[in-house]
Design a protein around this ligand. Structure first.
Ligand SMILES: C[S@@+](CC[C@H](N)C(=O)[O-])C[C@H]1O[C@@H](n2cnc3c(N)ncnc32)[C@H](O)[C@@H]1O
Length: 274
């Protein structure tokens, strides 16, 4: 498997877990069978585990975002025509807004649009308005090469043996059985948050969903499934999950933006059931 080593995620994603892949080995079960990642996003954990031969069985990757999953599916199965489409893109403000407002009915063109916007939008954020239209502004990011086709080809090869689906986490988590591993990285919603994002947060992943997730993890534990959960460093999260899971505090350094940007320490929780 030498030719599929060191594969980087192909999508920039808010809450991406590349930083955690550097220390995840100490939290993994000694071996496991199938791998499930039901909040896939940029899939940093999958790309790390799969390209380092740590997944013995099949990989089941899913996310509720259908445009995201379509992009992975086209990278997996239609790489050549997709690259032809990606090659047509230009990194400029006017072109960006043109593409952003164009509706494509073809899955390859749609994936090409998704990957282009992900690369050139502000911070690679994915956000839709109430009409379901992507509304992130242009990012003014300068690249030597807009796309890393070599990495994309390696990712395509890696993805060949995986199952990709659009799904809410709950039905997806009926499938894992004894000795499978589930890596769960949900949106970081907390209870009683006073921050300005509460309305937006509640719409996409409510506190009720965190409670539902906790109950789902209980059923996984009873079936002998290994679970690793990441979540916000917040007392409501600790209270919800720590009664039935092992709680670990983990720090990562993060760039604090603005004038005089500096490095700051951000804490997150990891919970395991083994
Ligand atoms: C924190 S991100 C995951 C980041 C990912 N681990 C990475 O390394 O990039 C959370 C993901 O959960 C997805 N999501 C939100 N609500 C969901 C739900 N109810 N079921 C499944 N996926 C959901 C979002 O689309 C988003 O991609």
């Amino acid at each position: 498997m030498k030719d599929v080593e060191n594969i980087k995620p192909i999508i920039r994603w808010a809450g991406g877990k590349s930083w955690l892949t550097r220390s995840i080995d100490e939290y993994l079960p000694s071996d496991f069978n199938n791998y499930f990642e039901p909040f896939l996003g940029g899939g940093a954990m999958y790309f790390y585990l799969k390209s380092n031969n740590k997944i013995l069985g099949n990989s089941y990757l899913s996310d509720i975002n259908r445009n995201l999953i379509n992009a992975y599916k086209q990278v997996k199965s239609n790489l050549e025509p997709l690259i032809q489409e990606l090659d047509k893109h230009v990194n400029s403000k006017d072109y960006y807004y043109d593409i952003r407002s164009t509706i494509f009915n073809n899955k390859i063109e749609n994936a090409s649009k998704f990957l282009y916007l992900n690369r050139t939008s502000f911070n690679g954020i994915y956000r839709e308005n109430l009409k379901g239209e992507y509304n992130v502004p242009y990012g003014f990011k300068i690249y030597k090469e807009l796309f890393d086709f070599e990495n994309l080809a390696k990712a395509s090869k890696l993805l060949k043996g995986t199952y990709l689906s659009v799904s809410d986490f709950k039905p997806r988590l009926n499938k894992p059985s004894d000795s499978d591993l589930v890596f769960i990285d949900p949106p970081y919603t907390v209870a009683h948050s006073k921050n300005g994002f509460i309305k937006y947060n509640q719409k996409i992943f409510k506190w009720e969903d965190q409670k539902d997730l906790n109950r789902t993890i209980d059923t996984l534990t009873k079936r002998g499934v290994f679970v690793i959960l990441t979540n916000a460093f917040h007392e409501s999260i600790s209270k919800l999950y720590s009664s039935n899971l092992n709680q670990i505090e983990i720090s990562r350094s993060s760039q604090v933006g603005g004038i005089g940007a500096k490095r700051g320490e951000v804490k997150e929780y990891i919970f395991t059931n083994f």
